[in-house]
Unconditional design. Sequence first.
Length: 487
Amino acid sequence: MVANGRESANIGRRLRELRLERGLQQADLARHLGVSPAYLNLIEKGKRTVQLPLLWKALAFFEVEMESFMASLGELRAPDALAKLLDEPLLRSLGITNEDLTDFSGEPRRTATLVTLFNLYKNSRTQLETVMLQLHQKKQGDDPASPLGYSPFDEVTDFLQTHKNHFPELEEEATRIRRDFGLSRKILSDELIKILRARKVRVELGRPGKGSVVRRYDPKKRHLLLSPDLNEQPLKFQLAATVGLRVLDETKLDERLSAAFGPKHAETERLIKIHLANYFAGALLLPYRDFIAEVERTRYDVELLAGLFEMSYEAVAHRVCNLADPKRPGIPTHFVRCDVAGNISKRYSATGLRFPEGTGSCAKWAVHNAFLTPSVITRQYSVMPDGATYFCFAKVAAQPKEGSLVRGTAYSIGLGTHADAAKHLAYAQDMPFTDPHKMAVPVGVSCRFCERTDCNQRAAPSYKFAFNVDEYTKKDNFFSPLVEQDK
């Protein structure tokens, strides 16, 4: 006997591969070897041990040396098309290994069928996500309907993504104003008032109206009224944003950019103008060249940068996401702001990180866990179901009112970048990414569209799995799907 057990299976598999490579039918090879097709079929499936004389005869027919043939038995290679599927979350959840897939090596038709069916499944899943996130298309003039839940705020986010959150014309105008007025790094509110007065704007402190209005600007009368309750940092930002509004009124940049973008919502144009005015405020208060030099020197230490420029943590975090000048770019980052209930009120991604649309986000994100330790920066490596890995950090920014946080505001401000770029961050200097498997926290986008099968924090079943109910089987989370590997 030449071999037994797994070796017999490997020999049979390899003989089958050699036969198929030459386009032979089992009956043809069996006739040449002097055995029945049924017996050869059992050999190829590893159910019969190959006798040495028969093996010599087969190798002579295939013109293959015994030494090279035996060496090839150690190469348990799955077909390439199938091997690529091993990275798919669903196949990982079923516990399929590369060794399992090698059994398909001699079955090209079965391999093609399996790959085709899996790709059809993926296409169907994508269509399901589209159905869940979008209304069917209907005619409104020449424009299709907007996706389900697609608000003007979502449209502004897409506008920013289109421009990579960088607007050179506003950067240049901010630089010109700083130069003309001889502004230093740390700008005072009084200096900004002088800039507005030079543009014929009358500035007053007083109650802008009833309720929570903190700024009211009348462009026709060129009159700005600001709440006396604003402290220096928000006061500076509101003044700088008003300068931005004046710049936009004069240049019509917002109108040109909006027309090119083609918004579907009537409110989007005004929201774009607001965002561009706020962008200008950041460019004026945190000048690009000086700011990115300090960002690189401090290694993205947002807390330290806030002190150096006397700006809020949130404003500095926003500005970090504007560093997309192709002549001197920063590292790609994503930004997210959420409240203690998990509601996301601001988001931007230059890293490819997906944010949920209209559903709750992943409770494992650093930006949510920051509320557990509000006095320190929360830091973590996170890995998405598709294998994309990020380094994220978050800080809680709270502003009490009348001594009460409930009456005031509390937000978690999160930033992140690709894990391989974390070496540029001060917050990751004591967390080298040496063991991705152990260090990265498994996260997703939202429970409804997460492919993880064993998340202990899952709050709802995933649309990507059948919700199989078994009263006799209990996982550590009720909503985790029961899959093959759980049997």
